[in-house]
Ligand binder design. Sequence first.
Ligand code: BGC
Ligand code: BGC
Length: 598
Amino acid sequence: MARMAADDIDSRIKYMLSDMTLDEKIGQMTQPEKNSIPVEDVTNYHIGSVLSGGGGNPEPNSPADWRAMTIAFQEAALETRLGIPILYGVDAVHGHNNVRGATIFPHNIGLGAAGDPHLVRRIGRVTALEMVATGVHWNFAPAVSVPQDIRWGRTYEGFSQEPELVGELGVAYLDGLQNAGDGRGLRHPHTVLGSIKHYLGDGGTTWGSASRFPWHEEIWGERTRITGIDQGLSEVDETTLRRVHLAPYERALRAGARNVMASYSSWNGIKMHAHRYLLTEVLKESLGFSGFLVSDWKGIDQIDPGDYYASVCRAINAGLDMVMVPFDYRGFIQALARAVERGDVPQDRIDDAVARILRVKLEMNLFERPLGDEALLERVGSSEHRAVAREAVSRSLVLLKNVHQALPLADHGRILVAGEAADDIGLQCGGWTIEWMGARGPITPGTTLLEALREGSTGDVEYDPAGRFSESGDLAEYGIVVIAEPPYAEGVGDRADLQLPPEEVDLVERVRARVRKLIVVQYSGRPLLINEPLAHADAWVAAWLPGTEGAGIADALFGLKPFTGKLSHDWPRAVDQVPLSALRNGTGPPLLPFGFGI
Ligand code: BGC
Ligand code: BGC
């Protein structure tokens, strides 16, 4: 179909709205998660969007099974009277990361360290292709959070503590998702809709202010009772809110962002999901956002926890256009229909919400490309795509220390490798990988650092996860200890104590005693307190959460690629230097400053 002008889109929306029943309109505003809705209910309820949450995978989990799953939902949507396609949404936050076999890139904190918008744009492109292959059109990414407190379990989802860098890379990522480079933008069949999230102030909440609701306990268990920061209160004035947290949104909107996700957090005592001033007056009216706003997962339930009807009214009246319900879609639909009948939600607000959703679907040319592109399946996890990820890994590494010419490694010296993480794809990938929380072990195909070291070295590479090497004989030339945070996502990763666990400190010491040159490679979603072990190592590499391509680390260790990464966060020497405001209020210099990298 020929390019549709804005006027055509407007008249088509007008025509569709005039033809739609209230039920059809509310259906467009409803987003259930795939395990909660039988396929035929997409037809029965005229559903506008379906999502897979973290780990919302088909069984078995392969790219082809993913495709079969999304296409079944899509076909159900195409069977409705109006045949409006659904937008199938996922969190492809470091590659199409729920899909076993997909290319997994470094999490955003590592891309912030790489600091290269061209690289980030290419990552967005590859991610879009792998998504379109599986019939998925909407990515709940990029997070343009500006994490100010590294104790937050979502620190790694943000590019940096600095709004400038977040804006620059957020725009680049969005451009990779939404623009195949031929000027057609989202009309190109190989693009996906991005979502900038979480609006507004998710990265600015105060330690100890985390929200906890009864349903969190089911998901988070024990961790629910731990004081945290996720989904908390952003206790900053409006000037700070705008300067730090809104700035990346302004840039991304100018660059073509068409979807925004609301934050679980609160500002000025009001949940963002009910914040009419920030959702409607600032975002839609003053910044002129004409795309649509989606809620977060069960996010509206937090508005008025005892009263779902009131929550629905407040959310929609505040300006949310689509609701990630995600379970009881019938309950949501009934509540909203009743609200319109009673006049608690004006008909105009419904029409505006639906117009926004339809506008984006039309701008994407979704009606002509509802099924994605099966021919792309063979490119999911292809060597060409993995090469981009491998490059991104090398570029994301930050060399924190290098003395006694520990690096680069000679390709023939004897190397003792220790740490479970050295040979564990799951630990290498972190949260939001196959499962919401990620998982240890061979959860998806990739190359571990150990495999890459063996591949790259002609010398002896000995491996013992616990670092118990023979104590007789000469010292080995090199020791490489790989330490890792266990995988986590969201509030489960909130952590007051940023110390390395004592076992890891011991591991470093144990290997130290057996080698001439000790190199530590750290997998983590944020800086940790490393003062002492750092002093004992000859070289230290912050590798963040690199993803499936461990060869990118080996490339840099062997000197085949230079170290060019720079810290995207200040690296504290003590926990009293966290959050950033404490550091800036004069708790002394950090261990290593933002921008540092050898
Ligand atoms: C889902 C995630 C979602 C979370 C919200 C999980 O069960 O898998 O996608 O973000 O719940 O609490
Ligand atoms: C997260 C969002 C995510 C959604 C869907 C929520 O728990 O906060 O970032 O997009 O789940 O998985």
